[in-house]
Design a protein around this ligand. Sequence first.
Ligand code: SAM
Length: 236
Amino acid sequence: MSERLDKDEKRISGMFDSIASKYDRMNHGMSLGIDRLWRSRFVRQLGRKIPGNATVLDLACGTGDLTKALSEKGYHVTGLDISSEMMAVAREKCRYLSPKPTFVLGSAAQIPFKDNSFDAVTIAFGLRNFDNRELCLDEIRRVLKPGGRLAVLEFALPRNPTLRSLYLFYFKHVLPLAGRLVGSGEAYGYLVDSVLAFPRYEDICGEFEDAGFTGTGFKSYSGGIACSYYASAPGR
Ligand SMILES: C[S@@+](CC[C@H](N)C(=O)[O-])C[C@H]1O[C@@H](n2cnc3c(N)ncnc32)[C@H](O)[C@@H]1O
């Protein structure tokens, strides 16, 4: 992938606005429902580090599947996203929860909260969409309390050559075709390009360290199709 992907916020928010009503079906269908298991594992993992009543910023919360799972665990969650339509679905999904999450329209590049506001920041399938990751990581570090936790869930590419080939075939040929068939060619095309362009495991940890985070690491899920990354904000 030599060309830089166009991740202009207006383009990205417009694209997610346009698929908001079918995003959950697309997501669960594309992953054969495994994304639900990934999110549960991710929340369990966070629970080993962050107590249940902590404040969590769920960045790029989208339609709120992770926001909901975090709230059900007892966290006080704020969801932030640039797509108002994605968040409208999230609001509806979380309306009877207690504690009920708060939703705020805004960008990871300019997080509308004061310094040291959250015990944890989570991002599920969002980091790869951020236009300027360096700036966003600075913002995340700023709003985390000293020692606060950054936890990221993202698609990855399996390292096992056979699994990787099978996965790449599915990803490059089956998914774009499926996307066109359901009238979401742009979104699926973007998904494929953005996953293929996303840096690999250690490189993402390196970016966290460059941004001043410590204790970085990752765990691969389902043979490396997805990966969770974690890091701590400095200062404790
Ligand atoms: C693939 S969806 C993931 C949604 C959700 N976290 C999930 O697990 O299904 C990516 C989301 O990132 C949001 N997004 C992209 N760039 C963003 C930015 N700079 N700041 C905040 N949200 C952003 C999009 O609007 C979209 O809702």
